[in-house]
Design a protein around this ligand. Structure first.
Ligand SMILES: Nc1nc2c(ncn2[C@@H]2O[C@H](COP(=O)(O)OP(=O)(O)OP(=O)(O)O)[C@@H](O)[C@H]2O)c(=O)[nH]1
Ligand SMILES: [Mg+2]
Length: 495
């Protein structure tokens, strides 16, 4: 950017004949235009925020819950708003002037790979997006005119709404609660978790290792010991993940992003038996944990997780049911812990500009197309029952927080079909299971409307499906379930 000094130097050079202003004119014009464009964007964004026309959406969900597919679907449906007149009418918009899918709001952050997701989907066979390994952002800018029945519009009546979405590896979500935990608190919780029946088997090696070390021993020459402990702890977390458990902290131990092999990821939980002496092993572990908490977790969350005003919580209920009761308890507890760490409540004019709160939360069961459409209400009821404590907590946090439940499919891979099961006409589904080539028709079983009783957890096996091959090659709209309701709930009131 040009500073006063640059202009002064240029003026002197022109005066001395060193620079021919005519030659420099195109470059100067370009720079002036760039500055004007930047100023316009800053003013427009500020205005949009003060007028409450910015949606910054927190897409909250564990690994494989469906965040990337949800983001792709949301971007796609907003990008093609004009082709969905019933949604436009529902939103009360008179006319869509333009919809732009823009580079990330912050210039130095990666852009969400929307085009790649659509290209993969258009292949034959179609591919799901890969698991997310790093953070990316996307902004959709919608310019529109309202239906003005009684009000005379200002100017040509064009308004702008910004929708910002951030995608990230689900594993990192569980680092959020670490922000409020000391090393001692985290160690106590991590060690208690290891005693749960499902986890104890995976933790055996690490525990044998931990029993043989003295937390008070000198930290000098313990590098090898710390590396070994951290590796064993990582192995334990990976085994938990492979078994479908979700309460996995620290998240970067299993999804390191660009921290692979860094010293910041070399620590493990330990409890002090006596007071911690200077220069002890446990003191060193605490120092590293604090480094991770502040410079990795703190940085990430202050950069990306501030300023949300809307939240969607995605839960893959069907996979939870497949994995059984321990996974259910684990997922529920992990979700509750995470939701405690977002900011909820009223957003007045001032807080909207500087410190927004989340005033709407949509809790959704994802991948509802893995069962027949008539089972969507059951998924919703299950989710309500699973998170009933959370709903009460949210209600206590801010009277104006609106919490809704829903069951969606961001991208439908099946269709409903009636078939005879045990002599009776039954709602079945038809689709291509992941890893297979041909369509199958099958009865997926019944989703319970509440978490089952202790001895009723076995026997669920809801299958995964692939998107229909080549279906989206010619720019067709993505097939979805209830995504219009999601859009209405999350942005409808901001237009
Ligand atoms: N049938 C069906 N499957 C879905 C849908 N959305 C996601 N899936 C499946 O769930 C998998 C995970 O979805 P993603 O969107 O990649 O999950 P994620 O939350 O981004 O996962 P991470 O990037 O690992 O955090 C996909 O590869 C699909 O197999 C859906 O609407 N319907
Ligand atoms: Mg993802």
């Amino acid at each position: 950017m040009w500073k006063k000094k640059n202009w002064r130097e240029l003026k002197d050079k022109v005066k001395d004949g060193v620079v021919d202003l005519k030659e420099r004119t195109p470059e100067l014009t370009r720079q002036a235009r760039e500055l004007t464009d930047k100023a316009r964007v800053v003013i427009e964004e500020g205005l949009a925020r003060s007028l409450d026309r910015t949606v910054r959406l927190a897409v909250t969900g564990f690994s494989r819950s469906g965040k990337t597919v949800f983001t792709m679907s949301m971007v796609h449906l907003l990008k093609h708003l004009r082709e969905q007149p019933e949604l436009v009418a529902d939103l009360g918009i008179g006319e869509i002037v333009s919809v732009q899918v823009e580079t990330a709001p912050a210039l130095d952050s990666a852009r969400f790979p929307y085009a790649q997701c659509i290209a993969d989907l258009s292949r034959n066979p179609a591919l799901w997006p890969e698991g997310t390994r790093n953070v990316s952002e996307i902004r959709i800018t919608i310019r529109y005119r309202m239906l003005h029945k009684f009000v005379v519009p200002v100017g040509d009546g064009t308004r702008t709404l910004y929708v910002d979405i951030i995608d990230y590896p689900g594993e990192w979500l569980l680092d959020l609660p670490l922000l409020n935990k000391s090393y001692a608190q985290w160690s106590t919780q991590a060690l208690a978790l290891m005693e749960q029946p499902r986890r104890a088997q995976f933790a055996a090696k690490w525990r044998t290792f931990a029993q043989a070390i003295d937390p008070a021993q000198s930290a000098a020459e313990t590098e090898e010991l710390i590396t070994k402990g951290a590796d064993l702890f990582r192995e334990y977390l990976k085994a938990c993940r492979a078994a479908g458990l979700q309460f996995i902290q620290p998240g970067r131990f299993i999804m390191p992003g660009d921290l692979e092999g860094k010293l910041l990821l070399q620590f493990f939980p330990l409890q002090a038996t006596t007071s911690v002496p200077e220069g002890s092993l446990i003191g060193e572990l605490e120092r590293r944990y604090e480094g991770y908490r502040k410079s990795v977790v703190g940085e990430f969350y202050s950069r990306y997780f501030n300023g949300f005003n809307r939240q969607v919580v995605l839960v893959d209920i069907l996979t939870v049911l497949n994995n059984g009761q321990q996974t259910f308890i684990d997922t529920r507890d992990a979700l509750q812990e995470i939701l405690e760490n977002f900011r909820y409540g009223d957003s007045n004019w001032w807080s909207r500009l500087f410190k927004p709160n989340i005033d709407r939360v949509l809790i959704t069961a994802t991948k509802a197309d893995r069962v027949s459409r008539d089972q969507s209400p059951l998924l919703k009821h299950f989710l309500e029952a699973m998170l009933e404590d959370t709903r009460d907590d949210l209600a206590a946090k801010g009277t104006s927080v609106k919490v809704r439940y829903n069951a969606i499919s961001a991208l439908c891979c099946t269709k409903d079909i009636k078939c005879m099961v045990a002599g009776a006409p039954t709602s079945c589904i038809q689709g291509i299971p992941v890893g297979e080539m041909n369509l199958v028709t099958y009865y997926p079983g019944q989703v319970p409307s509440r978490p089952p009783a202790d001895d009723d957890w076995e026997g669920y096996s809801f299958r995964d499906f692939s998107p229909s091959p080549g279906q989206y090659q010619h720019g067709e709209l993505l097939d979805h379930l209830q995504m219009h309701a999601v859009i209405r709930d999350l942005i409808g009131d901001k237009l």
